[in-house]
Each structure stands twice: as structure tokens, then as C-alpha cells.
Design a protein around this ligand. Structure first.
Ligand code: SF4
Length: 212
């Protein structure tokens, strides 16, 4: 995708949705971190169903730590991989309380040192909670970036680095949400809805469909 098309791609997505937001429900950086950690291989809807009641009783690392692993499992057992996630989340809470004063650190290295927190989760937290222009490459961003020619790459990291180079600065803070939402609802995995796509004229995918 040429730089001109990249600019138009984001200008179009921005015009349609000026303030894109994550579909995970949270009210502070810790809840966001917990929700993202729980969302691996799960849907945002499924995570929100579990975290609604959970965050009412545990909205800080100290409160969740007090709940304990078994207590936490009672709230999240509808989510895939809940046992491992409970273990990671409780250990993460312990570290946040002991080393970070109960706060989520605005620091990639400190975030990635937390159990269950990888580069993608750190990128989401840095972007959504702290407004940093990071690109958290999930399955949707990986697919859309490659399919459209926006930022081709063989690995999520390659796509992330390519996006950081190719997305014009004005769009960097929101780019990750625009591309995720575009992939989730329009440029879908099995059959992209090219007939309903607002950015079809910028997209280099050679096998466009007529689906709407
Ligand atoms: S035209 Fe089709 S392949 Fe290209 S971005 Fe739109 S939905 Fe995706």
C-alpha cells in the first residue's frame, strides 16, 4: 500500500469513528490490565461478562490478591484457560503491590516482567491506559496488515515494527483500534466484506469479494 493510500486508509477510518475504544469494559489501568490478561484466546464479550461482577469486589491489585486464586477462579471459570490465567493474575497482583505501590507501571519492561503479560498486552496497556502510540498486533491486525498491504510481515513483531514506521504520526494513537475494529467487523477472516468496505479503494488485496 503506497504512503498516499495509507494516509487515506486512516483518514477514512478516523472520519467514520473519531474516538475508537476498546470493547473491554474497565474503569482504571489495573482493571484494563486484568481484562487484557484474561482476554487471551477469549472474546471481549465473554471477558466482560466475567469481569463485571469481579471488578465490583476487586478493582485494585490488593483487593484481587485478597480474593486469592480460588476466589478469583469463582469469577472467571467461564473464560478459557482460567486456571493458568488465575495463577498469573494473582501473581501479577502480588508484584504490583510489592514492587509498584499497587499501581500499573507505565513502563514496557516492568509490564512485560509481570506473569502472563507479553508484548501485546503491554502494548495494549501502554496505548489504552496511558495514550502511548503503540501497536498491539492481535490476530485481526496481523491479518488486515498483511491482506491489504498496509504493513506486511511474517510475524506479529514484524507487523508491529512495520506499522510503527508506516502509520502517519497523526493516526498512531488510535491506529491499533481502527485496524482491530475494521478486521473484526469488515475485513473478516473467512470472507472479507469488501462490498461494504469504506477503504476498498486503498486496499491492495487482489481477491476482493462482493460480500456486504
Ligand atoms: S477491500 Fe476487502 S480485503 Fe480490502 S480492507 Fe476492505 S474488506 Fe479487507
Amino acid at each position: 500500500m503506497s504512503p498516499k493510500k495509507v494516509e487515506r486508509f486512516f483518514a477514512t477510518l478516523q472520519a467514520a469513528n473519531p474516538h475508537p475504544e476498546t470493547e473491554l469494559v474497565y474503569s482504571n489501568p489495573f482493571e484494563l490490565l486484568a481484562a487484557v490478561l484474561l482476554s487471551a484466546q477469549a472474546t471481549d464479550v465473554g471477558v466482560n461478562k466475567a469481569t463485571g461482577p469481579l471488578f465490583k469486589v476487586a478493582s485494585t491489585p490488593a483487593q484481587m490478591l485478597a480474593l486469592g486464586e480460588e476466589g478469583l477462579i469463582g469469577y472467571i471459570k467461564t473464560i478459557g484457560l482460567y486456571k493458568t490465567k488465575a495463577k498469573h493474575l494473582i501473581e501479577t497482583c502480588r508484584i504490583l503491590v510489592e514492587r509498584h505501590g499497587g499501581q500499573v507501571p507505565r513502563d514496557r519492561e516492568a509490564l512485560e516482567a509481570l506473569p502472563g503479560v507479553g508484548r501485546k498486552t503491554a502494548n495494549v496497556v501502554l496505548n489504552v491506559a496511558f495514550g502511548e502510540p503503540t501497536m498491539a498486533v492481535d490476530t485481526h491486525i496481523f491479518r488486515v496488515s498483511n491482506r491489504t498491504g498496509l504493513a506486511p510481515g511474517k510475524t506479529p513483531l514484524a507487523v508491529e515494527l512495520s506499522l510503527l514506521k508506516r502509520v502517519p504520526p497523526a493516526y498512531r494513537v488510535h491506529a491499533h483500534h481502527w485496524v482491530i475494529l475494521h478486521g473484526r467487523y469488515v475485513c473478516q477472516a473467512r470472507k472479507p466484506r469488501c462490498g461494504a468496505c469504506q477503504v476498498a479503494d486503498c486496499c491492495d488485496y487482489p481477491d476482493k469479494t462482493t460480500a456486504i
